[in-house]
Design a protein around this ligand. Structure first.
Ligand code: NI
Ligand code: MN
Length: 225
């Protein structure tokens, strides 16, 4: 499959069959995204939580593309009222979709919509496609259960927030990578706004000291995994 970094915590996964799975599509109000929501084609949208920088342009893209939005139950109910098709799941549950398997994990964070409506719990996402597992941590602080997630899943790529303030910073994300034990670690959720400024090279260097591979993706960059 192909994994494209769209900036912030937004990624686009394209399977070998050409199915497009969009994660946390924050594009139109994202100062770092060269891509606008109208440029994106998606068949499925995975949303970690309801904050504006993750839910982002989900409704617009889902309406235009007819994409199925996959998220926790409470957020799915809110989105259903916006007239888009949803598949509700919850923490600890997994489901097989035509593109592969999705499982939601815990994330220590909040999940209110921009309108102040509680949208259930925030989540992390385990996505298994073509035998490879990607873990998108969503927005979260470090938690010890990442060790369990790493033990029970052969994670190929761990997408971890490093921007601090709202989520893990670099040192906690280094520990998270140790717990999760992925083949590669990819930083996200940094430098979009001044308050989450972080140097991804510092993350790479600290992981390298632990013999862990880290790949900084440029905005728009696509890797084959
Ligand atoms: Ni958030
Ligand atoms: Mn966020």
């Amino acid at each position: 499959m192909k994994l494209q970094y769209l900036s912030h915590s937004a990624f686009l996964v394209t399977t070998n069959d050409g199915m497009r799975i969009l994660i946390d599509p924050f594009l139109d109000n994202n100062p770092k995204s060269p891509v606008k929501s109208s440029d994106i084609q998606a068949d499925y949208i995975l949303v970690s939580h309801a904050h504006g920088d993750h839910l982002g342009d989900t409704v617009k893209i889902a309406r235009r593309c007819g994409a199925l939005t996959i998220c926790v139950y409470e957020l799915a109910n809110i989105l259903k009222n916006e007239g888009i098709e949803t598949h509700a799941m919850h923490i600890g549950g997994s489901h097989i979709f035509p593109f592969g398997k999705v499982k939601f994990t815990i994330a220590h964070h909040g999940s209110k919509t921009e309108d102040g409506i509680h949208a259930g719990q925030p989540a992390g996402i385990l996505l298994t496609i073509e035998g490879k597992t990607i873990y998108h941590a969503g927005d979260t602080g470090l938690f010890l259960d990442m060790k369990l997630i790493g033990e029970m899943n052969a994670i190929y790529a761990a997408l971890l927030p490093i921007g601090d303030n709202f989520t893990m910073g670099i040192d906690d994300a280094v520990k998270a990578s140790e717990f999760l034990n992925p083949n590669i670690t990819i930083p996200m959720h940094y430098n979009t706004f001044p308050v989450i400024a972080a140097d991804p090279q510092e993350f790479v260097d600290k992981l390298q000291k632990n013999n862990r591979e880290c790949k900084i993706l440029e905005i728009g960059e696509i890797i084959e995994i």
